[in-house]
Write a protein that binds this ligand. Structure first.
Ligand code: 3PG
Length: 317
């Protein structure tokens, strides 16, 4: 899997500015603890190359990129220090050409159709859209998505907890970036717990994991229908009888034969199933094989292990 695919599974790229290079390792550790082993360390300060070197050396698993790369010189310095990819606020053809020639993944900033076409000329398939909110936000990105079918976007600039889901809901948005989970006062005060908390919150919001239904195992179709009738009486919800199960409302699934799970199963819905799997694997969960819907889309997957006798599966919202 290449770095651009990995970034899209991570979904969120924290954009970092450090004045003191020695802050970079505890900062990136705090992000990883919060579920984001990802960092764009920007060349907005002279500390950037050393900060990148330290993170590369101490946290090899961090998906580490260099941001605000404004010249070929800086791109060379970033790569020599250990950056795995290069980002810039604008489209600098010299920087992009150098990266392409040297097989360094590059995500240049684009702010108009001409920039995107310049990126297409270089064979790029992911560009940063900066400054996304000021350019018109989601509406602007929707307009760009029409003509550029082969281009994906990583919007940054003005994104935060209140608008990131609107961006991530667009099919062409592969990840979003921002500095909101790495506030400068927290870095200044070395408040690494705050950074862990902010990144955890951002990941939680992005995945949007929530209970969708509970599956209850029965010995027979008759038992399942008996259970469904009682639950319908209790809740006032209608019964929808199917081949393998009877649903009461959308919340209670009475399985007519034994499905996975000693007692039954729990379905947890998520905004993006592939991202949820990636993040949960980072936390140590293991999964069975993905399941696909009639259109061939990955839409469900079971955890390998049960929780208190219940199988758990994720479901695409
Ligand atoms: C960037 O480099 O993309 C921006 O500085 C990030 O913007 P933000 O600080 O508004 O998140």
């Amino acid at each position: 899997m290449d770095i651009l695919e990995k970034l899209s599974l991570a979904g969120l790229v924290p954009i970092i500015k450090v004045d003191d290079a020695s802050d970079a390792v505890p900062l990136c550790k705090a992000l990883a603890k919060g579920g984001l082993p990802v960092a764009e360390i920007t060349f907005r300060t002279a500390a950037a190359p050393e900060a990148i070197r330290l993170v590369r050396e101490n946290l090899p698993e961090c998906m580490l990129g260099a941001g605000t790369v404004l010249s070929v010189e800086q791109a060379k310095q970033a790569v020599a220090s250990g950056a795995g990819y290069i980002l810039s606020p604008g489209f600098n053809p010299k920087v992009v050409a150098w990266c392409v020639e040297n097989n360094v993944p590059v995500i240049p900033g684009c702010s108009c159709p001409s920039d995107i076409e310049a990126a297409l000329e270089f064979g790029l398939r992911l560009v940063k859209i900066f400054p996304a909110e000021s350019l018109g936000g989601v509406k602007f990105l929707k307009a760009l998505s029409g003509p550029y079918v082969n281009m994906s976007f990583a919007p940054t600039g003005g994104l935060n907890e209140s608008n990131m889901l609107d961006y991530l809901a667009l099919p062409k948005v592969k990840c979003v970036g921002g500095s909101w989970m790495v506030p400068s006062d927290a870095i200044k005060n070395k408040d690494w717990d705050k950074i862990t908390e902010m990144s955890q919150r951002a990941v939680k919001l992005m995945l949007g994991l929530e209970l969708r239904h509970v599956g209850i195992n029965s010995e027979s179709a008759e038992d399942a229908l008996k259970g469904a009738a009682l639950m319908s009486k209790l809740t006032g919800l209608p019964i929808k009888d199917g081949t393998s199960a009877a649903f009461v409302g959308t919340e209670y699934e009475f399985c007519k034969s034994k499905k996975p799970g000693k007692n039954g199963h729990i379905a947890v819905a998520t905004n993006c199933i592939s991202r949820a799997v990636w993040h949960l694997e980072q936390m140590g969960f293991a999964f069975d094989e993905p399941m696909y819907n009639a259109e061939g889309k990955f839409n469900a997957i079971y955890l390998k292990d049960e929780i208190c006798g219940f199988a758990v599966h994720l479901l695409q919202k």
